[in-house]
Design a binder for this molecule. Structure first.
Ligand SMILES: Cc1ncc(C[n+]2csc(CCOP(=O)(O)OP(=O)(O)O)c2C)c(N)n1
Ligand SMILES: [Mg+2]
Length: 415
């Protein structure tokens, strides 16, 4: 279970920050609803209630917990149950199938236009991390974290309606990629300028800390994004205020066409965690069990009041930056090398070897997935396109802006 995880550095210094509990962000986010939606899309048999209850963290562990050590040793590995293992396989396969249809079918048929970003080869990261979230937690996915959306309750129809620009999609046809969110489901949409989600994750986590319910925020981003100042400011702030944030960096070797060597001069980005005063964890991002374990440790630490963790998931982008990019700048043998480490094939093999699942059950799971995806695409294609007359709706506020001014006051239009 622990294979593939190494704790890079562990600062033993205790800290006593008399940090002001600034309420400004709390006020800003006090409208953040507590998420009450279903954790799962219409549930397969292996998503049982007792399993969800098992993942609840007892209330006694919540709140501030001063160990006198900024980085307490990680707890012993916790084995996921067979049900959890099967759920993870289901979400991995569902992600692969949905992204295949988006990138290699609907886009090529000309039904999806614009940028198409997928996480082919990186599916284990969102699955292994999001599986630990519960009611009141918040996910801030990147453009390669499809599973985070479905695991937090977006239906496949929601997602395909969005990709196909339909009026019934979450963005009502205003955009057609993965910039979707829903506070009632605990999902903050991707912010297009890379890195900007990290300070937002800190703001959300500050509210979660003030509420004292042991909730966490989980923010995803790529290794190229770590070159942005916002990420560093957020990591520093999270460590100083001991915020319950988990920074999950997918190091997939490229930021568009820029390889890591042209991006930073260190081998492991995980080293940056201790530099800011939080654990830095390096993990095999193509091993869902390793991601599961690292994320579990980080989430539980954050729930106990232990503060943030930075997790670097080493992986590889098994496609171009987006569907229009042939990735001819990537040496071909790299694809061959990483194909052998495919996270889904590896996990499936492992579960079969452990007799957690039989091949007939996997076949049934795949049939179900094909059926669900076919149905969702058919429903999305049948859904109406937005009425062009509504294009400016939601751009200008009609009555009152969130900070209380009436529309048109100060001569400004507010979105
Ligand atoms: C500040 C900023 N610069 C550039 C872009 C355009 N852009 C979008 S994704 C991307 C690559 C990001 O690379 P990385 O952070 O490694 O994530 P990956 O796509 O590899 O998952 C770029 C350059 C952007 N959205 N924001
Ligand atoms: Mg990258």
């Amino acid at each position: 279970m622990r294979r593939g995880i190494s704790y890079v550095l562990d600062s033993a210094k205790s800290r006593s920050f008399a940090c002001a509990q600034d309420d400004i962000l709390g006020t800003f986010f006090n409208k953040l609803p507590v998420w009450r939606g279903s954790n799962l899309i219409p549930a397969p048999d292996w998503t049982t209630e007792p399993e969800l209850r098992r993942m609840e963290i007892p209330r006694t562990l919540t709140g501030n917990h001063n160990t006198g050590n900024a980085h307490p040793r990680p707890a012993p590995p916790t084995e996921p149950t067979a049900e959890t293992l099967k759920r993870m396989l289901y979400y991995l396969k569902l992600t692969r199938e949905c992204e295949h249809r988006i990138e290699r079918v609907l886009y090529r048929q000309g039904k999806i236009v614009g940028g198409v970003y997928v996480g082919r080869g990186q599916e284990a990261i969102a699955v292994g991390a999001t599986i630990h979230l519960r009611e009141g937690d918040v996910s801030l996915p990147s453009h390669r974290d499809f599973a985070a959306f479905v695991m937090r309750g977006f239906s496949l129809k929601d997602i395909f309606c969005n990709w196909l620009g339909r009026a019934e999609g979450p963005s009502r046809g205003r955009e057609n990629t993965t910039h979707i969110g829903d506070l009632t489901r605990g999902v903050i949409p991707i912010i297009s300028p890379l890195g900007d989600t990290c300070p937002v994750a800190c703001g959300v986590a500050l509210v979660q800390k003030q509420r004292g319910r042991g909730n966490v925020s989980l923010v995803h981003f790529g290794e190229g994004t770590t070159s942005r100042g916002d990420v560093h400011e957020a990591m520093n702030m999270a460590a100083v205020w001991k915020l319950p944030v988990i920074f999950i960096c997918n190091n997939n070797a490229y930021a568009y066409s820029t390889p890591t060597a042209a991006q930073f001069a260190i081998e492991d980005l995980a080293e940056r965690g201790p530099a800011y005063g939080m654990p830095g964890v390096k993990v095999d991002g193509n091993n869902v069990l390793a991601v599961y374990e690292a994320a579990l440790q980080a989430v539980e630490r954050a729930r106990r009041g232990g503060g943030p963790t930075f997790i670097e998931c080493k992986t590889f982008r098994m496609t171009g930056h987006s569907a229009h990019d042939a990735a001819d700048y990537v040496p071909g043998d790299l694809f061959e090398h990483w194909e052998k480490k495919d996270p889904i094939a590896r996990f499936e093999k492992e579960l079969l070897a452990r007799s957690v699942i039989q091949s007939e059950e996997i076949d049934a799971m795949m049939s179900r997935i094909h059926h669900e995806v076919d149905e969702a695409i058919a429903a999305a294609e049948a859904a109406p396109l937005p009425d062009p007359g509504t294009a400016v709706e939601g751009v200008l506020c009609k009555e009152r802006c969130w900070w209380g001014h009436k529309a048109g006051e100060h001569g400004r239009a507010h979105s």
